[in-house]
Design a protein around this ligand. Structure first.
Ligand SMILES: [Zn+2]
Length: 301
């Protein structure tokens, strides 16, 4: 059972909007693409976890702190006798381990995910200990991308390759697991300790005046210049988008970058590059005042 679901992090949402509205430096762009890719990998892994049928509690996407060290957990699954800690990687291409080093086939060293996993297990174990919880933690490093190849795989039962994933889930489902109040208590303690504001954020500084105003095609990023009341069409790739969804998305983008700013028809009119008629904006703000995909829209006029 999923107790905590996964959604795009605040950081990823901000970077996505910035990517379409300003020219990110190469490093920032790479950072954004890595965030996006990592998230997609975790979603793939969730698809496998959904097939777990034994009694279990699954907590996704946790950020915890132990002894002033922050650590992120992609997925934690609590069963009767064990807690499974999953570190998920969406790497693509060919890699190998060389001693304590992790490298691409070209010999470039990449941060060793096994060391990251070790650190997380150690911190999580301290967390468990501080509450007197005795359930052992079994850590796994999971590679989910079917285009990932690992040469010289260490004989390490902690590594799950894409081709092992189905077997791994089948094996999990053969365990006996009956949860009790202790397990529920543990999950509650973890959820209560989860931190929502990430200290790792590498979002670049942005100024409203520098940001491109307009509505941008989600497929290719081109600005849409011509207004139609029902369907907007990208002038470059031809992808159609429902006018209302494009407007709602633009408003949400504004809110992602300026969560505490109040919304008004004029703000959104300017933000969307004068594309939508003001009465359409006013109407949409009104309709979405109470319920929207992204929190509550605080104000309109
Ligand atoms: Zn396009």
């Amino acid at each position: 059972m999923f107790l905590k679901n996964r959604s795009e992090s605040e950081e990823l949402r901000v970077m996505k909007v910035l990517n379409s509205r300003m020219d990110l430096a190469e490093k920032e762009k790479q950072y954004y693409l890595n965030l996006q890719k990592g998230f997609e990998g975790e979603v793939i892994f969730d698809g496998y976890l959904k097939r777990i049928v034994i009694q279990s509690l699954i907590l996704n996407d946790l950020l915890l702190e132990q002894n002033h060290s922050h650590y992120q957990i992609d997925s934690l699954m609590i069963s009767q006798r064990l807690s499974f800690l999953f570190e998920v990687k969406n790497f693509e291409g060919e890699y190998y381990f060389e001693g304590n080093k992790f490298k691409t086939i070209n010999g470039n060293e990449v941060k060793n995910p096994l060391l990251q996993l070790d650190r997380n297990v150690s911190l999580l174990r301290q967390f468990f200990n501080s509450f007197g919880i005795k359930i052992p933690i079994e850590p796994y490093l999971v590679f989910v991308n079917p285009d990932f190849t690992l040469y010289q795989t260490p004989l390490n039962s902690r590594i799950i390759l894409p081709t092992n994933l189905n077997r791994f889930i089948q094996k999990m489902n053969k365990q006996m697991s009956a949860l009790n109040q202790q397990h529920v208590g543990l999950s509650e303690k973890i959820l209560a300790s989860h931190i929502t504001k990430s200290p790792f954020s590498k979002v670049p500084h942005y100024e409203y005046s520098q940001l491109r105003k307009g509505v941008f095609c989600q497929a290719c990023g081109t600005g849409i210049a011509e207004y139609h009341s029902l369907i907007l069409t990208c002038p470059k790739c031809g992808k159609p988008v429902n006018t209302n969804s494009a407007l709602v998305r633009s408003i949400e983008e504004y809110q992602v970058l300026y969560p505490s700013e109040k919304l008004s028809t004029n703000t959104i009119y300017e933000w969307t590059g004068d594309l939508f008629p003001k009465r359409t904006i006013r109407q949409t703000l009104k309709e979405n005042l109470i319920i929207s995909g992204y929190g509550q829209w605080s104000y309109y006029e």
